[in-house]
Design a protein around this ligand. Structure first.
Ligand code: PLP
Length: 465
């Protein structure tokens, strides 16, 4: 007892103001202008419970971004907590290089069972960007190991405004100029096509009378250049970071058909959409599509630990069998981490036990109804939603769809207001993004949308519309 007291005296829990000072002194935050950060009092989250987060001052917030799209069943879920503790009692990590481990074996088997039919092999990594990086490298090597080798198939097609992560390869197939432009000279060339952004249709057409004409450039490029194209990389159903750009029905299945027709691999990046976020286990399920490579991360562990996987087909896998030179020389120190795999197994168990997908579909309909009135506000141009991912596009002029200049920080201002009212969300430019944990109850969803609506109304008043 005496010893414990002494230990506490030597290492007292720092006060909120000390933590705030140290954060600004030592931590460099991602995607953050640190000059602005240093001028503010940082939000320091100390604990979570269900879909609530608590800061060091004891303030309570609804987790309206699922802690950046990773959390599924809420924080401190008993099944997840227990699974990690149980695994910790055995071992935290052992390598998959030259050895196997029970959690990674069991998880791979489960993933194959729930994945779109035809995906039979699981390659682990650590986060979304690496899952995409793995898919790109596998695709290139796959074509090289065909007989005869198809070495010319060494480029990729992707959508404009796509986001696949921040490593060099994943940036190369991304279209987020603001993040990636500086590194252009280091990125490999890839072919970018217009995104199916219906609210701001690049062809100035309307769905469904357009007959998804935005797919014609894809067919054109595949017809002309399929001998050089290794794969098409796409975020199925929803381009998340692009601003929750939802794809028109039939789009994804036609992309699949075109890839098959022109002998090009389809790489589905389900880092954001996977694990129920869109109302199906995987977004590809909406259109009964099986990609050749499927990348998952964010929700894989229910939002608990960093773990990612790239799933692929037997056909892909077999191309890597044979002499040592055919090996896929790629891996990470923490590949297949046991704690992560244990969390992921618990995550899938919860899906079954709590009928998560049934709940999500019901809540998605509710969310749609709740968000509908927002569309009438003078600053709201478009409300887009797919399952538990919603994007509200703010506009300066509703008629002309003129956006707010980014310098007005409209999204940020509304998010700040929401934070004061007890809801945490992270906007993307002029898009308010609401991605609640899948477990959100009716009351919690109502509360979130109520706060969001109030914040938008306040914004309307302050710019006197
Ligand atoms: C978040 C995200 C990534 C990157 O995942 P990280 O774990 O942050 O590396 C890749 N693709 C999509 C679609 C994402 O939303």
């Amino acid at each position: 007892m005496k010893q414990l007291k002494k230990k506490q005296e030597n290492n007292p829990s720092p006060s909120p103001s000390t933590l705030s000072k140290w954060d600004r002194q030592y931590v460099w935050h991602p995607f953050t202008q640190m000059k602005e950060w240093e001028e503010e009092d940082p939000l320091i989250i100390e604990r979570g419970d269900g879909i609530y987060l608590y800061d060091v001052h004891g303030n309570t917030y609804l987790d309206g971004s699922s802690s950046i799209w990773v959390n599924l069943h809420g924080h401190r879920h008993r099944t997840l907590d227990a699974a990690i503790q149980e695994q910790l009692g055995k071992i935290a990590h052992s390598t998959l290089l030259g050895a196997a481990s029970p959690p990674s074996i069991l998880l791979a088997k489960k993933l194959v069972k729930i994945a779109p039919k035809g995906l039979t092999r699981v390659f682990y990594s650590d986060d979304g960007a690496t899952a995409v990086e793995v898919a790109l490298k596998m695709a290139i090597q796959y074509w090289q190991q065909q007989s005869p080798p198809q070495k010319k198939k060494n480029t990729f097609v992707h959508l404009d405004a796509a986001y696949h992560g921040d490593t060099m390869g994943s940036m190369s197939v991304g279209g987020t100029a603001r993040f990636h432009e500086r590194f252009r000279s280091l990125l490999f060339p890839a072919i970018a096509l217009d995104a199916p952004y219906c609210y701001r249709c690049p062809l100035d057409l309307r769905f469904p009378s357009c007959r998804t004409a935005c797919l014609e450039p894809l067919e054109d490029v595949l017809r002309k250049r399929h001998e050089q194209i290794a794969g098409v990389v796409i975020e199925p159903m929803v381009q998340a970071v692009a601003g929750i750009i939802t794809q028109p029905p039939g789009y994804l299945s036609r992309v699949r058909a075109l890839c098959t027709k022109y002998n090009v691999l389809l790489i589905a990046d389900e880092v954001a959409t996977g694990f129920g976020r869109t109302g199906m286990m995987f977004a590809c399920n909406h259109e009964r599509v099986t990609p050749d490579l499927l990348c998952v991360a964010k929700g894989l562990t229910g939002g608990y630990l960093p773990l990612a996987a790239t799933l692929t087909t037997e056909r892909m896998y077999e191309a890597f069998l044979g002499e040592p030179g055919k090996t896929f020389f790629h891996g990470h120190s923490y590949t297949g981490n046991a704690l992560g795999c244990a969390a992921a197994l618990a995550n899938l168990e919860i899906f079954k036990k709590e009928k998560t997908l049934v709940h999500v579909r019901k809540q998605s309909r509710l969310l749609q109804a709740l968000l509908k009135p927002l569309a009438a506000l003078p600053i709201v141009g478009d409300v887009r939603q797919c399952g538990m991912m919603a994007g509200i596009e703010l506009v300066k002029d509703k008629k002309t769809r003129e956006p707010f200049p980014l310098s007005e920080h409209m999204g940020y201002r509304i998010a700040t207001k929401c934070r004061h009212l007890g809801l945490l969300i992270r906007p993307i430019g002029n898009i308010i993004v609401l991605v609640p944990p899948l477990s959100a109850t009716e009351r919690e969803l109502r509360k979130m949308v109520h706060i969001l609506t109030k914040a938008c109304r306040t914004a309307c008043r302050t710019i006197s519309l």
